[in-house]
Design a binder for this molecule. Structure first.
Ligand SMILES: CC(C)(COP(=O)(O)OP(=O)(O)OC[C@H]1O[C@@H](n2cnc3c(N)ncnc32)[C@H](O)[C@@H]1OP(=O)(O)O)[C@@H](O)C(=O)NCCC(=O)NCCS
Length: 214
């Protein structure tokens, strides 16, 4: 299947490796706003993100893979493009472990060695980064990002756009508000409000109007 990757920065390099490790998928191009117009170089298409619809019309069975790491930027692009959710592939690295009872949404990317256990629900356009663990019955809404080696214990609810920094842990049954950022290595033992930045062990809210969600 032909694949166009949206985003061509650092995160996109890792996503491209996963696509290459997946049978039956091959990359025909990259869209990124660093490219002003469509060009073909060495049989690969490069163009601005706004060219997605054009590529969809020109390549009938093309699917898109979302490879923008920043949660807010990813949501903005999805809203602006107005593609159907089914136009976005869900990409899972072969070394990831996914329970048969877990449900993973469109446009979500699951990276090497990630673990998603029983009855977990992962929304659309999430990133489950390398080595992240999501325990049973947790719910991750759309545009959530779990950075490498983060651990989400059982029955945690993460609201839209929230992000768990590398190596951070959330203990069971906690709720993380929308667009909240948890610092690398933190341990979350309380529910966290929306739009906050929380850091440390135990994690404390540093900012209530956080705008940077990685
Ligand atoms: C949480 C984070 C996003 C904050 O970044 P920022 O908005 O630039 O914030 P600052 O660096 O100004 O730090 C704000 C305060 O929080 C503290 N802080 C930041 N990150 C922290 C962390 N991980 N643990 C403990 N304290 C932390 C800082 O020391 C600073 O404290 P002060 O106000 O007392 O001086 C960033 O530090 C972080 O942890 N990023 C990890 C993201 C990640 O894992 N990405 C992987 C992508 S693959």
């Amino acid at each position: 299947m032909k694949v166009v990757v949206i985003g061509h920065g650092g995160h996109s390099k890792v996503v491209s490796d996963i696509i290459r490790a997946t049978n039956d998928l091959y990359i025909i191009g990259y869209l990124d706003n660093n490219y002003e117009r469509i060009q073909v170089i060495n049989n690969l298409i490069f163009g601005p993100i706004s060219a997605a619809m054009q590529l969809k019309e020109e390549h009938k069975n093309v699917q898109f893979v979302m490879a923008i790491g920043d949660n807010r930027a990813r949501k903005l692009v999805v809203e602006k493009l107005g593609l159907s959710t089914k136009d976005y592939l869900t990409i899972v690295h072969p070394s990831a472990s996914i329970s048969p009872s877990a449900n993973i949404g469109f446009g979500t990317v699951v990276m090497p060695q990630a673990v998603i256990n029983a009855d977990v629900i992962v929304g659309n356009h999430c990133i489950i980064n390398s080595g992240a663990v999501v325990e049973h019955d947790s719910l991750l809404n759309d545009f959530v990002h779990l950075c490498p080696n983060s651990t989400i214990a059982g029955t945690v609810k993460m609201h839209e756009g929230s992000c768990v920094g590398s190596g951070a842990t959330i203990i069971p049954n906690r709720r993380i508000g929308e667009w909240t950022m948890i610092g690398a290595g933190s341990t979350v033992i309380d529910h966290l409000p929306a739009y906050s930045l929380a850091v440390g062990t135990p994690a404390k809210v540093k900012l209530n109007n956080n705008v940077n969600v990685g």
